[in-house]
Design a protein around this ligand. Sequence first.
Ligand SMILES: CC(C)(COP(=O)(O)OP(=O)(O)OC[C@H]1O[C@@H](n2cnc3c(N)ncnc32)[C@H](O)[C@@H]1OP(=O)(O)O)[C@@H](O)C(=O)NCCC(=O)NCCS
Length: 175
Amino acid sequence: MGDTPEFTAAAELADWGWPDVLALGGGAADPFETSSYGVTWRPKDRHFGVWHEGRVVAHAGLAAGTVEVGGQRFDVAGVGGVIVETSLRGHGLARLAVTGVLDAARADGLDRALLFCLPSRAPLYTRLGFLPLPEPVTADQPAGPAPVPLGAMWKPLTPGADWPAGSVRLHSLPM
Ligand SMILES: CC(C)(COP(=O)(O)OP(=O)(O)OC[C@H]1O[C@@H](n2cnc3c(N)ncnc32)[C@H](O)[C@@H]1OP(=O)(O)O)[C@@H](O)C(=O)NCCC(=O)NCCS
């Protein structure tokens, strides 16, 4: 009793959807607190979850995309939909879920990860090795390309991977 629960590594999930997100969000209607920004987000291609006592208690999603920056064009692992059961936050579960995504992205041969987040979430991702991009990223939106009004961060997934200087264009909806 009172011990810190033990969690295993994230595993790929067969199914994940908005009802699952709401279940982890403790009843919040806007669990990511981003709805007021009016961004159209891209559904994730793959989902990774941490299981505890027969249910998923933490999730992170992966959606590969293509960016152009500094005259270079390359693929990135988009990371998003990171959420942890309210009662289990602060136990390293976001780290486990994001690690599952990053390991899968490396296995797919991707050298860089990219994510968008509110300033209040940036310290978490800094702890996970992400670095801030200095300018907003331009991504697809229903009315045409537009700057994403949230911060963007990237992380090298392989030794020597860098991020070129210059404005970034993501050729998809943001993840
Ligand atoms: C944000 C959220 C995913 C964090 O989940 P969590 O399980 O509490 O995070 P973790 O315990 O795995 O934290 C990972 C690391 O980041 C650090 N960290 C987390 N939040 C932090 C903060 N606000 N400031 C500084 N460091 C923070 C932790 O100390 C930990 O560091 P360590 O592993 O080096 O000790 C969770 O609060 C949540 O689900 N929020 C609602 C949904 C949301 O906002 N998702 C993010 C969308 S971008």
